[in-house]
Design a protein around this ligand. Structure first.
Ligand SMILES: [Mg+2]
Length: 175
C-alpha cells in the first residue's frame, strides 16, 4: 500500500530524479494536489513546476474523480495537459485510461496524489510508480476528512522511512 516516494508538495518533486528512473509521464490528481479542493486557481509554484515538466518533455495528464468535469478540463487546458474526468479511481482501469492518453506503459509513468486509498493504492495496483503529497489545504469533502483518519497512521509510518524525492531535503523533524 505504501507509495514509492513522499514529497512535501508537487512543486518540490525532483523532476530530474524521475527522469533518471526512466519515468516519462505524470498522472496527476487534481483536488488538493494541483489546486485547492474544488477550486480552479493554480498556485504560481505549481504552474512553474508544470512548466519545468513540459520543458523536460514529460507527458502529463490529470486523473480526477471530481464531479464537475468542466472545472477539471479548464485546469488541464490552463496547464496545457490532458485530462481523464470521472476517472473511477482507485480502480486500475482509471489509471489505464490515463496511460492510454499518455501513450506510455505503467512502468514509465508516475502517479502523484494526496490520497492514499485512491491515488496511491490504485496506481500501485496498475503498476505505476507513486508519489504521495500532503493535501494542499485542510478544506475538503466530509467524506475525505473521514478517510484522512485512516491515512494518518500510515503517513506517520512512511514519514519515518527514507522515501523523500524532494529537490531540497526536508528539514529535520522535531523529536
Ligand atoms: Mg486529491
Amino acid at each position: 500500500m505504501s507509495p514509492t516516494f513522499l514529497a512535501q508538495a508537487v512543486w518540490s518533486i525532483d523532476l530530474d530524479a524521475l527522469l533518471r528512473r526512466g519515468l516519462r509521464g505524470l498522472v496527476l490528481d487534481l483536488d488538493n494536489t494541483l489546486v485547492d479542493w474544488n477550486q480552479r486557481w493554480v498556485r504560481p509554484q505549481v504552474r512553474e513546476w508544470i512548466q519545468a515538466a513540459h520543458h523536460r518533455r514529460l507527458r502529463m495528464c490529470i486523473l480526477s474523480n471530481a464531479l464537475r468535469a468542466r472545472r477539471v478540463l479548464a485546469v488541464a487546458q490552463d496547464l496545457g495537459i490532458g485530462a481523464v474526468v470521472a476517472s473511477g479511481k482507485p480502480f486500475p482501469r482509471a489509471f489505464r485510461r490515463a496511460l492510454a492518453l499518455l501513450d506510455l506503459p505503467p512502468e514509465a509513468a508516475c502517479a502523484i496524489g494526496d490520497q492514499v486509498f485512491t491515488d496511491i493504492v490504485g496506481a500501485r495496483w496498475a503498476g505505476l510508480t507513486t508519489i504521495l503529497v500532503p493535501p494542499l489545504s485542510p478544506r475538503e469533502s466530509p467524506h475525505t476528512r473521514l478517510i484522512r483518519l485512516l491515512e494518518l497512521p500510515l503517513r506517520r509510518r512512511w514519514a519515518r522511512r527514507a522515501l523523500a524525492i524532494d529537490r531540497v531535503p526536508a528539514p529535520p523533524s522535531h523529536p
